[in-house]
Structures are given as C-alpha cells and as structure tokens.
Design a protein around this ligand. Structure first.
Ligand SMILES: C[S@@+](CC[C@H](N)C(=O)[O-])C[C@H]1O[C@@H](n2cnc3c(N)ncnc32)[C@H](O)[C@@H]1O
Length: 276
C-alpha cells in the first residue's frame, strides 16, 4: 500500500469548500507563522480554509494536498479573490517541494489513510522541508487520547457498526443547491489504533435525495507520545506539545471539549530530503 485513501473527493470536497470556511485554527496558525516566519507551508491544505485567509493577509504560504478535488476548490476560491497560491498535488509521504520553509503546519490532516508506515515517512519528508531554525506544527484530534477512547468505548463500540443516522445535516450551497451530509463510525480498532468512518453526501432536489456519494476513511489515531516519538525519530529537535486552540468538534473526535494539543518540532539544521 503506497497511496493515501482520503474521503476528500467529489461531493465531500464540495461540502468542505462550501461550509468549512472558518474556525479557531486560522488565528492559531496565523500566530504560529508570525512567531516563526515565512515562507510557510500548509500541509494538507484542503480547500483552503486556513490558506485563503492567510494569503489574504499577504502571508507567503504554499499549500500541498493529495486530493485534486480539494485543491481544485481551493484554487477556485483563491482565484475568485484575485489570489494566486502555489498549490501542489502531492502526498505528504512523498513530498518534493520547490523550496524549504520556516513554518510548516498540518491541521486536521495527519494520520488520514490509516497507514502508519506512510505517516512515518511523511514526518521525515516534512522534517526535510524545514529550513534550519524552522518549525513544524501538527495538531492532534480534538479530545485527549483517554477521552477519545472512552467516548468510543461508551458510544461507538457496543453497537459496531453504528447505524447511519436517519437524517443528515442539510446546508444550502452558494448556488442554491441543498447538500446533505451523514456520517458514522463504522469501526474502532484500539489495537491498530485506527478509527474507520463513513460519510454520505447527497444533493436534495424538491425534497428527494439524488446523487448521493459514500466514502470510507481510515484514520490512525496518534497519542501525543506517539507523535513526539515519530518526530524525534525523524531527527527533529526540541519536540514538545503545547495547548493550541479551542476544540471545534470534528467528526469522530470523541469528546470534543477543551483545548486541542499541538505538537511542535524544530530543525536546528536543514536535512537532506532523502534521509530515508
Ligand atoms: C480534514 S481535511 C483538513 C483540510 C485543512 N487542513 C483544514 O483544516 O481545513 C484533511 C485534508 O488532508 C488531506 N490529506 C490527508 N492525508 C494526506 C496526505 N497523506 N498527504 C496529503 N494530503 C493529505 C486530504 O486530502 C484533505 O484535504
């Protein structure tokens, strides 16, 4: 297995582009860039929820993502605002970047695909993309490790696979299209530390559901300690976790309460891209 499976395609990508445009992460990572400098890289930038406001502020930031569909929405949003970002379609584990960065951030994107060997390679590539003195920041899913597994043990595991909810969340897109999204946790694996989630996004026309798409996403759930170990093993310096931003409550995050932790790692010297 050498490719990343995400669910960020088709109508899911459209849902992200239309309705996931805000959040406390934007200010948090803007502050991180202010503290550590540019150029910056938004790794797993998706439809540009963070990238577009940062570009709007005149920040020198590039975006990389494995999903062409997410990037297409990002490019369209940027063009609408007269912005011309450098967007690269690459998986994190095989990054080939045109320059190195002072600040790299990974927001809500690490562990997707459920393939730990690719995640370990991704960390090495991200470390290799830092300038000497640069910083890499990766956020962890919303709840603490203990709270997440506790929530899944109580709410998800006893009924596995969880039934699809009868009704989904409906939202009206900019062109008037009514989109509906439903999601469920279909498996929780505490041994492999993989959460499997499914999503259905459809279009409702005159009340009837048409064009529904279904995707499955496997997500490796890293504890703070595991992520720190990966970063240290990849040759990062001064690896530590800090309190980040207020939890927003992502799908499958368990008890989305409190402050999201962010793991920071620095590079005292620049590394060769092909260390491993
Ligand atoms: C949950 S979205 C977050 C997008 C954006 N960072 C945000 O916060 O709005 C995750 C994004 O990461 C991308 N992604 C997941 N795994 C990836 C990988 N291994 N390499 C590159 N992109 C990846 C997906 O395609 C998707 O666009």
């Amino acid at each position: 297995m050498d490719h990343v499976d995400t669910w960020h395609h088709g109508l899911v990508a459209r849902w992200w582009a239309e309705f996931n445009v805000d959040g406390p992460e934007i200010d948090y990572f803007r502050g991180l860039i202010a503290a550590h400098g540019v150029p910056a890289l938004d790794a797993g930038c998706g439809t540009g929820r963070l990238l577009i406001p940062l570009l709007r502020d005149g920040i020198d930031v590039d975006g990389v993502d494995v999903s062409d569909h997410m990037l297409a929405h990002c490019r369209e949003r940027a063009e609408r605002e007269g912005l011309a970002p450098r967007l690269l379609a690459q998986p994190l584990h095989a990054l080939e970047l045109p320059r190195r960065y002072r600040t790299i951030f990974v927001c809500g994107s690490f562990g997707i695909g459920g393939e730990p060997t690719l995640d370990a390679r991704a960390i090495v590539r991200l470390r290799g993309a830092l300038q000497a003195g640069g910083v890499l920041a990766i956020d962890l899913p919303d709840a603490t490790d203990r709270a997440r597994w506790q929530a899944w043990a109580e709410r998800a595991l006893p009924r596995m696979p969880n039934p699809w909810p009868d009704t989904g969340e409906q939202q009206v897109a900019a062109d008037g299209t009514v989109l509906e999204m439903r999601s469920r946790i279909s498996n929780v694996d505490p041994v492999g530390r993989v959460l499997t989630m499914q999503i259905r996004v459809g279009i409702r026309r005159n009340g009837a559901l048409v064009d529904e798409e279904e995707y499955t996403l496997r997500h490796s759930v890293y504890s703070e300690g595991q992520l720190i170990a990966l970063l240290v093993a990849a040759g990062c310096d001064d690896v530590h976790a800090v309190d980040g931003y207020q939890a927003a409550g992502a799908i499958g995050s368990g008890n989305a309460e409190g402050v999201v932790r962010v793991v920071l790692a620095s590079a005292e010297s620049s590394a060769a891209f092909d260390r491993r």
